[in-house]
Write a protein that binds this ligand. Sequence first.
Ligand code: B3K
Ligand code: ZN
Length: 844
Amino acid sequence: GQTIYLDDYTAPGWLVEEVHLTFRLAPEATRVLSKVRFVPNPDAPQGQFYLHGEQLSLIGASIDGTPVSPEVTEDGLTCDVPSGAFTWEAEVEIAPAKNFALEGLYMSNGMYCTQCEAEGFRKITYYPDRPDVMGVFTVRIEGEAPVKLSNGNPVREGEGWAEWHDPWPKPAYLFALVAGDLVNHPDSFTTRSGKDVALNIWVRPGDEGKCAFGMEALKKSMKWDEDVYGREYDLDIFNIVAVDDFNMGAMENKGLNIFNSSCVLASPETSTDANFERIEAIIAHEYFHNWTGNRITCRDWFQLCLKEGLTVYRDSQFTSDMRSAPVKRISDVIDLRARQFREDNGPLAHPVRPESFQEINNFYTATVYEKGAEVIGMLKRLVGDEAYAKALDLYFTRHDGQACTIEDWLAVFEESTGRDLSQFKRWYSQAGTPRLHVSESWADGTFTLHFRQETPATPGQPDKAPQVLPIAVGLIGPNGDEVQETTLLEMTESEQSFSFTGLGARPVPSILREFSAPVILHRESDNAERAFLLAHDTDPYCRWEAGRTLAKQALMRMITDNAEPDQAYLGALATLLSDETLDPAFRALAMALPSEDDLAQTLFETGHVPDPQRIWEKRQEMRDAMADAMPDLLAGLFAAHQVPGTYQPDAAPAAARALANSALALLSRRDGGERARAQFAKADNMTQELAALSCLLSIDAGEEELKTFYDQWHDDRLVMDKWFSLQVAYAPPAQVAATAERLATHSDFDMKNPNRFRATFGALTMTPAGFHHASGAGYRLLADWLIKLDPLNPQTTARMCTAFQTWTRYDADRQGMIRAELERMAAQPKLSRDTSEMVSRILA
Ligand code: B3K
Ligand code: ZN
C-alpha cells in the first residue's frame, strides 16, 4: 500500500466556495449531481486539478457549462481547468444498497444514511475530499422516503423532495444525508442569547420510547458547553439519527449527528446503567464537536487528536460534572491502561500525532483519542485552570472557521501563558508509555523523592527523550494525617529530585495523584504501606491504586509462586468495603480485580511468559477466596444496596446497583446461584436482569434463564447483542471459541451488522483464556471470520485485528499459531488496504 506522510503536506491549489448537491435516491442506482464553485487558492500554487472519487460511475461532467472528459482513475480524476474561478458540474451513479463497507452513502434497514469521516465523501461524488477544503453546502434530496435530512437548516420542501442549507463552511467529511421512514422525538433548547433551537432524535418506528434519555443528555450538553466553555449552538435545528448498521459509536456531522443505535437508544428495560452512562457521554462528545472539530477543524488527518483528544477531554469533564468526578477519573484510568497502554506496548504503538499512515481509519485509536485527552489534562494541570480558560478563549476566537494544526493549538497556550512548550510538544510526537521510577530518602526532617523516567523503544522510535511530567504529590504522616497537601512537581529531566523540608516524621508519599500523567509508576513498597494508603490517602485515585496494587501483587504471587490468596489484601479490602462513608461506586471499583490482560502484560514485563489459562484459574481462586473471607460483609452489602422503587439511571442508584451486583457475583460462587436466580426472576430493568444472568453463567448455571432471556428479547436488536456476547464471555475457556462458532450459525447472527459481529467475535477476543486457548481454536476462528468480513467491511475487520497486537508476549507455540493466522490473512487475494496495513504492522 501507499504511505502518506505528515511532512509531505501541501496546501490545496483550489478552494471551494459553494457546493450544490442533488441526490436522486434509488437503492441500486442513486444519481448524485454536484455543482461546485472552485477558486484558485491565493496562498498556494494551483498545480494539477485533482478530485478524489472511488467506486463512482461518472455519467458526465462540465466546466462552466461546457462538457469535459476528465481522466478517471481508481481513486480520482484530473482535468484541464481554467486558470481563474470556475464552476464544475458532474453527475455520478452509486449503489447504496450494495455498500456493506458502511462508508459513503449506504442503506440500513431500508434507510439511506451516510458516513464520510475520514475519507468517505469521495464514494459519493468527485470532490477535493480533504479537511482543509471547506465549502458552503446546499443539498436537495429527491426520493419517496417520508423523512429527508441533511446538514444545516431546512430551506424548502415539496412532494418527493427537500432542500437543506448549511451556512457554515465545512469540510466534506462533515457532510451527512439521511432519508427513510423515521419517527422523531422532538424537543427544543433556548440558547443563552435567546435563540430557539429545534431538537429531534429520529429513530425507526417502534423505538420512539427509547429517546427521552438521549434528549435530556443533549440539552445538558448544550447548557454545559455554554456554562463551561462559553460555546453556543449555531443553527436553528439539531438532528440526531439512530442507525442500526454503523462502524463506530457516532458521528458529529454538522447539525445532523448520526449515531449507532446502541449509543443513543435507551430504556430501563433494555439498557444497563453502563449503557446509560455511555450514551450520555457520547451524545455530549458529538455535540461538543460542534466547536472542537466543526467550527475549528483539522488541517489534515495527522492532526486528528486536535479535535478528538480535546473533545474526549471535554466529554470527560462533562461526565465528571454530571456524575462523580473521582469515579470517572478511576474509570478513565482503567480504560486507558486496558486499551491505550496495551497499544503503546505493542507493534501498533504510534504517537498521539502519527507521522505516516496507509489508511487513516486505522488511526482512530485509544492513543489519538484517550492519550490525546490525557495530554490536554496535563497541559491544564501545568498552566492552571484560569490560564487554560484563557487559552481556550483565544483558540476559539483566533481559529474559528479554520482548519488547524497542533502547532496552532500549542501557540495559543504559549502566547496566553508565556510558557515555552517545545519540550511538552514531545507528548505529540513520541510514542510509548513513560516508566517513572521513584525512590525516597529521609534525613533531618527532609524527605526527598528521586525520580527517573524512561520510555521503551517503539516501532520506528528506538531512542526517547525525557518528557515533561506533571507529578501531583501529597504526603501523609505516620498517624494518617496529610502533612503536605497536593502539590504539582514538574519533572523535565531524565532524573530529578524534589525535597520537602521541616517534617516531624518520615511521611508516606502519595504519588501521581489524580493520575496526573499517563505513565507507569514503579515504586518499591510493601504491603503494610499500601494498606496504609488504602486506609488513609485523601486522593481517591491513589487510594484505589493502592488497593489495585495490593491485589495485583497478590495475584502475581499466586501465578508465579503458587502462593495462597493474600490475607493482608483480603483484610484491607474488607475494611474498605465496610466503610459506609465511601461512595458505593468507588467501593465497587475497588472490588474489581486487575484484568487477565493486565496481568498477562505485567507478567511479560517482569520476565515471565504469561499462561492465559493459569491467569484465569488464579483469578477465579482469588474470587473464591474473597467470597470465603467476607461472606457476611458481602451479604450485608448486597442487602443494603438494593434500590427500591422505579428505576432511575442516575449516578447514585447506579452506584448502589454496581456495589450490590459486585457482591452478588461473589456470593453466587457460594450460594449455588440462589440470589442471582431470584434477582433475575423479579428484575424490572436490564441492569439487574443482566447482572443476575452473568452471575449464573459464570458459575455454569443459567441455562433456563438464558432461554427466558431469549424469548423475552429476541425482537430487540440491542438486547440480542448482549445475549450473543454474554454466552461467549462466560463460557468455560475451552468452550469459548466453540460457543462463538455455534452462535455465528444462529439465525439471528448477521455478519453485516457490526454490532452483532462485535458482540460475538469481540467477546471472543476479550475473553483471554478462551481466545488464547492452547488449541489455537480461538485464533483460527477469528482469522476465518475476519477473512470473510474483509471484502464486505474493511473498517470493522481492521479494527478487530488489534486482538492479535499482544502476540509477542506469549509462548513459542502460541506465537507460531498467531503468526500463521496473520500470514494466512496477509496472503488473501484482494485484502483491503485497511486490513493489510494492520496485519503488516502487527507482524513487523
Ligand atoms: N469522529 C467520529 C469518528 C469517525 C471515525 C472514522 N473511521 C466520531 C467521534 O470521534 O466523535
Ligand atoms: Zn470524536
